[in-house]
Design a binder for this molecule. Structure first.
Ligand code: GAR
Length: 209
């Protein structure tokens, strides 16, 4: 009889061996540049995750069109078809549950989520936010950082909890605010860092799962 303990071909019991890739569902509302970065990263050799599906609350979101054209499983659930936030979130959760997912990555998903969506995925749902949290939760983060005279801005990947942009931060990337920066010029430089940070964090979280 052989076992992992005495078979030299087997990894030591302490080594993590992930035979299956983590199945990640991505939630978007817009252009989906972060989602595209995650897809590109998932195609790298040895990526520990795959993008199983992309869902959007907007049918005309650039990202959902791109995902569909690139053969990714997509779903549009229009929030305007529901009379309450809770009903929309319940429908989205039903879809996500049907996809046999390990993790959810919110990537420019511009909806305030209720417990209908957050509770079932607590500890398995990440978000990327364009500020150095806990600074500037919510919208217009770059304009607020510039108006405050901050020397730097950046982005944060954090776990999603019930309070908006408030869950534990997993990792951040910093970007200097340059003289003459506008919210748009700053956003472009932060977005470059978002793409790198989100891919790296999702890979690490997938390996640790
Ligand atoms: C990104 O900057 C992301 O951090 C932000 O929306 C943008 C989406 O861009 N998310 C939030 O503000 C969430 N609070 P993308 O659609 O090109 O990835």
């Amino acid at each position: 009889m052989t076992s992992a303990a005495n078979n030299p071909a087997s990894p030591p019991a302490s080594a993590k061996l992930r035979l299956k890739k983590c199945r990640v569902g991505v939630l978007i509302s817009g252009a989906g540049s972060n989602m595209r970065a995650l897809v590109a990263s998932s195609h790298q050799v040895n990526s520990p995750y795959e993008i199983a599906c992309v869902a959007s609350n907007k049918a005309d979101a650039g990202g959902i069109v791109w995902a569909h054209e690139n053969g990714i499983t997509t779903k549009v659930i229009n929030h305007k078809d529901f009379s309450t936030h809770e009903a929309f979130d319940a429908a989205l959760n039903d879809y996500l549950q049907s996809q046999n997912l390990d993790l959810i990555a919110c990537a420019g998903f511009m909806r305030i989520m209720t417990s209908q969506l957050i509770t079932p995925w607590q500890g398995r749902m990440l978000n990327i936010h364009p500020s150095l949290l806990p600074l500037y939760k919510g919208l217009h983060t770059h304009a607020r950082a510039i108006a405050a005279g901050d020397k730097e801005s950046g982005c944060s990947v954090h776990w999603v909890t019930a309070a908006l942009d408030d869950g534990p931060v997993i990792a951040q990337a910093r970007v200097p605010i340059l003289k003459g920066d506008t919210p748009d010029t700053l956003a472009v430089r932060v977005l470059v860092e978002e793409h790198k940070l989100y891919s790296a964090v999702l890979a690490q979280v997938s390996r640790d799962l």
